[in-house]
Ligand binder design. Structure first.
Ligand SMILES: [Zn+2]
Length: 376
């Protein structure tokens, strides 16, 4: 049977890439890839159970796999583990074999099936696989994270506690005077640092871009920027430290840290996530509450935020937040930039009489905002 597959693959390999370079073919190829990976993973699990690998003197099926198929040890272990997990996920297995979902979705489901969530998974697998089929991966991951909060609240709170416990930052000076470091932050502290850093990074990116333009005109491309992204990040960190030094002690915190959505749960289920979309456990918010800025957004329908309607050309303040909170990311189908890093765009343009109210707003990243105006 595998020789037939080989013959098919030979044909495909002999095909010019250009002949397959259309959307439909790409989608079909990736679906075939997923199906093949499902079959290979399933077979690996059966091989693992057969203990046939013992005959070769291997200590485990994954070390056999790593040696025979030249896989990195962690990849081999992942494959065996996923194959084992598949036995308890019959709906996901079928969807994977059909090519409707891929290894990433199946891994997420297998990871969510912790011992205390086994029963809930058996009950909800159909629903979760439905999400996996329909949603793009980031939205699916978020759905699984929320599901885990319901199915295994103790487990997720414990995990959040472990994440917080595991926080660390090391910085040390090397022999030649340079500084080295690494760190691990829990989701909330990490989001705070990342946001501050990204904002400065965006400023430096604009500055680099302006400099490249002034040097090379319109021909300037990303490769002409004076700094690499890593260098820009390093400079952003130093700049953040400099700014911390001049920030007044009684300075106003720049924006709300937490948003409380009133009347939204009934429409969309429980929401407990950061503006960047990371789902966090309710307990992990508690310690922030005495120092946090909390804002309240009141919904009275799936996409209707009770507006603060101001005759203003720009979406600012509460109106801007209403759109951010409702839509979460850039409006464009192929884009996932978080709304907090987007501009808020008028659906019906301001110039055409479109009002600056939440119902007429949508997040648009700089790229998709520009594109839209080019077309219209
Ligand atoms: Zn976009």
């Amino acid at each position: 049977m595998l020789s037939e597959l080989d013959a098919m693959l030979d044909k495909l390999c002999a095909t010019e890439p250009a002949a397959l370079a259309d959307g439909q073919s790409i989608e079909a190829l990736h679906r075939a890839l997923a199906r093949l990976e499902a079959v290979a993973t399933r077979a690996t699990a059966a091989f693992d159970a057969s203990r046939e690998w013992e005959a070769d003197g291997a200590a485990s099926s994954s070390s056999w796999l790593a040696a025979t198929c030249h896989l990195p040890q962690p990849a081999a272990r992942r494959c065996v583990r996923l194959g084992r997990g598949l036995r308890h996920l019959p709906v996901a297995e079928q969807a994977w074999v059909d090519g409707d979902i891929g290894a990433a979705q199946v891994s997420a489901l297998a990871g969510a099936r912790t011992p205390s969530a086994e029963e809930a998974m058996a009950r909800d697998e159909e629903m979760l696989v439905g999400f996996a089929r329909r949603l793009r991966f980031s939205a699916f991951s978020r759905a699984v994270a929320y599901w885990r909060h319901y199915a295994d609240p103790d487990g997720t709170e414990k995990e959040a506690g472990d994440q917080r416990e595991g926080r660390r930052l090391h910085m040390s000076q090397g022999f030649n005077g340079t500084w080295l470091g690494d760190f691990v932050l829990d989701p909330i502290a990490g989001a705070i640092v990342h946001k501050a850093l990204s904002r400065i990074e965006d400023e430096l990116f604009e500055a680099d871009w302006a400099e490249a333009r002034s040097r090379l005109g319109d021909a300037a491309g990303v490769a002409d920027l004076a700094r690499t992204p890593a260098q820009r990040r390093a400079d952003s960190l130093a700049e953040m430290a400099r700014r911390a030094g001049v920030a007044p002690a009684d300075g106003r915190r720049p924006e709300p840290l937490f948003t409380v959505l009133v009347g939204y749960e009934t429409l969309a289920g429980r929401i407990c996530e950061l503006a960047n979309g990371t789902v966090v456990s309710p307990d992990s918010l508690v310690e922030w509450l005495d120092q946090a800025w909390v804002e309240r957004v009141v919904f009275d329908g799936a996409s209707r935020v009770i507006d603060v309607g101001v005759a203003s050309r720009l979406f600012t303040g509460a109106t801007r937040r209403a759109v951010e909170v409702r839509d979460r990311q850039c409006f464009h189908q192929y884009c996932e930039l978080p709304a907090e890093r987007c501009q808020i765009d008028h659906v019906q343009p301001w110039a055409a009489g479109g009002p600056t109210v939440a119902v007429n707003g949508r997040p648009a990243c700089a790229f998709h905002n520009r594109n839209r105006h080019r077309r219209t």
